[in-house]
Design a protein around this ligand. Structure first.
Ligand code: PRX
Length: 648
């Protein structure tokens, strides 16, 4: 943990009670109903989760609800189930078999609807395709695709046969794909020729080809035709999706898997340069995403639910695919950018399809505000009944705009706090029960027992800033970091003994509402996406002209946090052309999301006498703050003046 210095300055006093009409129809419709659920879960978690788990379909019942202490807790041991079966097959036994599972629109405007029956047929066929490529239970499969229905088909096909999917967001570079392929030792990669983004084609297959030069474990590549642009196909290794599917039958019963069988790996950034392979397992994850979707989004059979996240992030895993599908919900998916062909695209989609629940990120909301109210105002958004936010703290002004302009002061807002590691939403309002406050994620969900503590693990009183921890295990907790259990224990369970440490600073107010203030480690939150400062630093120093680099975040109007890089060169002064070149270099190494906003050349970095870079000081300089922290430990005072003069 780097320098923890948490003071919360946000004072927000507005409160919003759920509309009575909403509460009356909600799954959890009053504060009393919420409290009862929460208390029951806290006092007797085994009984609570055991009862809830009966909402899943099991091939064999579990013997124990939970076994072992955190962090080694195992859930629903002895039980056998299949996530794909729970998301698809079980709906075929009901009237939902002909209900739309996925309503999809591509960026160019092409559309598709898949019923649960259609989804079942496609998943079974693709699961047979995977088997035909020699994929068996436990094998890792990389998925690197745009937001097309086949990404969900690919995930559920893996889950169906017990293969472990590892999805890499389509915005990551070839190098990032290679690194993740190698860490997971992936056998197969599933991709497309390309995808559409703001009218341009993202060349995914070309990136896969480049990555495979460095990923020796990959034996086969399956390529879905999306854009139709010709791509290189290596005979024996590369196969067209449609050609393999034409040969595959739709008969593929779901494999009964142990509750703790791995479901997926998802790479996320930590405070070192190497991405962490967060591993989730079948029973606990499927249960928690199903229940939280139902509680937080109040899902009903006539909803059209739209979570705008890409499936390549945890939000897409849990709340585009597993959670809503396990509830038999109709899920909206849109492939492209919100401002293509113009800034009204999202609102046009809401009007066209009559979306009822809309879940997006604060960074998107800040862009909508900047584009202007005229875009949403052109469209009829009266189908909406609930709004959600995720990924970073939402600033109260953005919350109020969302409430007024999109929600017409009618729709509750659920600000959902959670992480790749938690698998499912942890702290969030329940829309029919919770009084909300702009900027607060309010109360923990049933089964979640958080606290705010000091670095020594002591609980803090109301309104004191501290570290956010979890005191009880929950079913969708990550089980390990793939291939590095030591790092798992060290990262999450060694800072505060006996607790899961989330890496966030937060406070709890006098009403028990949580206010998350952001990361306390060297992790940036850029547009709701996690990036480690070290990852960007390693990308920079891999350039021959860079001697040393220090990367910090600074407040950014749209992205939340921007990336500022202080760079010292091996020789010469550096100019604008080199800045541009280094930005491009980082982009190539990691992906577009890591492109630096600012590069500042400096002859030296501020260090302590023991050689540690003083990041707090750099953060002040990057943010243009004059108030500079205690610098008594600084080794060379001259560095400060030079740094300030390095402005971009
Ligand atoms: O800092 C918190 C922030 O995002 C981090 C988790 O990032 P990731 O694993 O990429 O998952 C993002 C989507 C779940 C957290 O440690 N964060 C996420 N949601 C919120 C948030 N911060 C404040 N309020 C939120 N609602």
């Amino acid at each position: 943990m780097s320098d923890v210095n948490i003071t919360s300055v946000l004072q927000e006093t507005r409160t919003f009670v759920p509309p009575a009409a909403f509460s009356q129809q909600a799954h959890v419709g009053s504060p009393a109903a919420y409290h009862e659920l929460w208390e029951t879960a806290k006092n007797d978690p085994a009984r609570f989760w055991g009862e809830q788990a009966r909402h899943l379909d099991w091939f064999e019942p579990f013997q124990h609800v939970m076994e072992g202490q955190m962090p080694e807790t195992k859930w629903f041991t002895g039980g056998k189930l299949n996530a794909s079966y729970n998301c698809v097959d079980r709906h075929l036994k009901t009237w939902r078999r002909n209900k739309a599972a996925i309503v999809w629109e591509g960026e160019p405007g092409d559309t598709r609807v898949l019923t649960y029956q259609d989804l079942h047929r496609e998943v079974c066929r693709f699961a047979n395709v995977l088997k035909g490529l020699g994929v068996t239970a436990g094998d890792r499969v990389t998925i690197y695709m745009p937001l097309v229905p086949e990404i969900v088909i690919a995930m559920l096909s893996c889950a169906r046969i017990g293969a472990v999917h590892s999805i890499i967001f389509g915005g990551f570079s070839a190098d990032a794909v290679a690194e993740r392929n190698n860490d997971a030792q992936a056998k197969v990669v599933i991709t497309t020729d390309g995808g559409w983004r703001r009218g341009k084609e993202v060349a995914l297959k070309a990136a896969v080809d480049e990555s495979l030069v460095k990923s020796p474990t990959v034996r086969s590549v399956v390529v879905l035709r999306r854009t139709g642009t010709p791509v290189a196909m290596e005979p024996g290794r590369d196969h067209w999706w449609d050609e393999l599917m034409a040969e595959a039958t739709a008969d593929c019963p779901a494999t009964p898997l142990d509750s703790e069988h791995p479901l997926f790996i998802l790479y996320t950034s930590g405070s070192t340069g190497k991405p962490k392979g967060v591993l989730h397992t079948t029973g606990g994850y499927t249960l928690a995403t199903m229940l939280t979707s139902k509680w937080v989004f109040d899902l009903k059979d006539d909803d059209l639910y739209w979570c705008t996240a890409d499936v390549g992030w945890i939000t897409g895993h849990s709340y585009v695919c597993y959670g809503p599908l396990a509830n038999g919900t109709t899920v909206m998916m849109y492939e492209g950018a919100p401002n293509w062909p113009d800034e009204g695209r999202f609102w046009e989609l809401i009007e066209k399809y009559k979306v009822t629940i809309f879940y997006t990120a604060p960074t998107a909301i800040r862009s909508f505000i900047r584009w202007g109210d005229q875009w949403p105002q052109k469209h009829d958004l009266s189908s909406l009944r609930l709004l959600g936010s995720v990924g970073e703290p939402i600033n109260p002004e953005a919350w109020m705009w969302y409430h007024k302009v999109i929600g017409a002061e009618r729709c509750p807002i659920v600000d959902t706090w959670w992480q790749t590691e938690t698998g499912a939403i942890m702290i969030s309002p329940l829309p029919g029960a919770t009084t909300t406050k702009p900027g607060s994620c309010t109360h923990p969900l049933p089964g979640v027992v958080p606290d705010i503590v000091t670095k020594q693990g002591e609980s803090l009183p109301a309104n004191s800033g501290g570290l956010l921890v979890m005191k009880q295990p929950w079913p969708s907790m990550l089980r390990t970091l793939y291939g590095d259990h030591e790092r798992f224990l060290k990262t999450y369970f060694s800072e505060i003994p006996g607790c899961y440490f989330a890496g966030d600073g937060a406070r709890r107010d006098a009403d028990g509402c949580f206010w998350v203030m952001g990361r306390v480690d060297d992790v940036l939150n850029v547009s709701g996406h996690r990036l480690s400062t070290m990852e960007v630093e390693s990308a920079l120093v891999s350039h021959p002209q860079v001697a040393e680099a220090a990367v910090v975040g600074f407040p950014h109007e749209i992205k939340g946090e921007g990336i500022c890089c202080f760079v010292s060169l091996t020789g010469g002064d550096g100019d604008d052309a080199l800045k541009q070149h280094l930005k491009e270099h980082v982009r190539r190494q990691i992906g577009a999301l890591a492109t630096p906003d600012m590069i500042r050349f400096t002859s030296a970095l501020p260090k302590t006498r023991s050689g540690k870079i003083m990041r707090r000081l750099l953060r002040d300089i990057a943010a243009g703050r004059e108030r500079v922290q205690d610098t008594t430990t600084l080794e060379d005072y001259g560095v400060l003046a030079k740094l300030r003069a390095s402005e971009e």
